[in-house]
Design a binder for this molecule. Structure first.
Ligand SMILES: [Zn+2]
Ligand SMILES: [Zn+2]
Length: 386
């Protein structure tokens, strides 16, 4: 090119080490995992609470945990609601499942045509298990259910619960379409919490539940392609930045959660292809202290996770990038047909409330007439559904 004129490019840019959702094909032998929540129970704009989306090359998609505030990140991937119906819960702290109601109702209005399905652990007692939790969640949201069931359709408002024994040691809790989920227990504030291993096509992705260091994780996560595990803020950070009393800062690192040093030991034992540390506020003044503490015991590949970090897993390797998605996401139409209102559902109104309707016929006459003419709808259609 010596002496030649260099022109400014007008074509497609080369790889920018960024993932733009919806612009990249997933290989038939590839897994993509997106962090949709990596922070703390006090969800913040930069980090929602725990949530992961896993997309497999066979088309299957799974959500593992769906903590407070994570729905906005999940929604920003603009995956049609009908493909986000399988949800695995590690445990029932709100920072791991509070947005189940958001995807339940949001996916319903977005045109999901099937029930949600939730897999989660039992507890030491019936009232501490996933089945009890979801049944009572539906009771708490009965008004929401009844009003949507009558105006849209009741089917997407159902949640099928698959509760499994939290004590299972690497037992299969899901097996379909060549995909297996196994679970094993955690040691976290009481009986019930579990970790999951997703196995497909010879790959293994491990989603660690909240836990103090336990013997099962290094054993069952051994050699995983991607091993995600909580990694707590240091005791000093908990005390001076997170405003915890010294005793709690110490205990939380050792008794309910996993200190960064413990995380290092666990990953050194498990030797995954790639380790992911999360469940901390990932700021400039916290990240490096946690990172250095991990490095006291682990020298392998490591991501310090934050929201919208994405990993692609292939035979060649595991890559870490950041996903860049729109803040202004919309529901995306899926290939399935939307359900019609259920004709057996009667209106939930009493005459008292209906009598409060203001007569706006004149104000709306022009556009309603035009819209009905354009779409072929009749006055009867306006009354169809509750
Ligand atoms: Zn927890
Ligand atoms: Zn948690």
């Amino acid at each position: 090119m010596a002496g030649g004129k260099v022109t400014s490019p007008t074509g497609t840019a080369p790889d920018r080490y960024v993932y733009y959702p919806g612009t990249e094909e997933l290989g038939a032998d590839e897994i993509r995992v997106i962090a949709c929540g990596t922070g703390m129970p006090t969800a913040r704009r930069s980090q929602a609470a725990a949530a992961w989306v896993a997309e497999l090359g066979n088309g299957d998609k799974f959500i593992v945990d769906i903590g407070s505030g994570s729905m906005a990140n999940i929604q920003s991937l603009m995956i049609p609601a009908n493909f986000l119906t399988k949800i695995f819960l590690t445990h029932l702290h709100t920072d791991h499942w509070a947005d189940l109601v958001s995807i339940w109702a949001g996916g319903w209005t977005a045109g999901r045509s099937v029930p949600l399905e939730v897999w989660g652990p039992s507890g030491a007692r019936e009232d501490m298990g996933t089945k009890y939790a979801v049944e009572h969640l539906l009771k708490a949201y009965n008004w929401d259910y009844m009003t949507r069931a009558v105006t849209i359709n009741p089917t997407p408002g159902e949640i099928k619960v698959h509760e499994f024994d939290y004590k299972g040691l690497n037992e299969v809790v899901y097996e379909e379409n060549g995909v297996t989920f196994r679970s094993w227990p955690c040691v976290h504030t009481g009986d019930g919490p579990v970790s999951f291993a997703l196995e497909w096509n010879g790959y293994k992705v491990v989603f660690g539940g909240d836990t103090a260091a336990n013997v099962w994780f290094p054993e069952f996560a051994k050699g995983a392609d991607l091993a995600i595990h909580e990694c707590w803020m240091t005791a000093d950070q908990m005390m001076y930045k997170y405003n915890q009393p010294a005793q709690l800062a110490l205990r939380i690192n050792l008794k309910f959660h996993t200190s960064a040093q413990s995380f290092g030991q666990i990953m050194n034992m498990a030797q995954p292809r790639h380790a992911v540390a999360y469940h901390f506020f990932n700021d400039d003044d916290t990240r490096y202290g946690i990172y250095e503490a991990v490095r006291e015991n682990y020298g392998g590949p490591l991501s310090m996770a934050t929201d919208m970090m994405v990993w692609n897993i292939t035979r060649d390797g595991v890559t870490e990038r950041m996903a860049v998605s729109t803040d202004n996401s919309w529901d995306v139409e899926g290939p399935s047909e939307k359900l019609a209102p259920d004709p057996t559902r009667a209106s939930e109104y009493t005459k008292f409330t209906l009598d409060g309707s203001l007569d706006v016929d004149k104000a709306n006459a022009r556009w309603v007439k035009e819209f009905m003419a354009k779409t072929g709808l009749t006055a009867e259609d306006l009354e169809r559904g509750g």
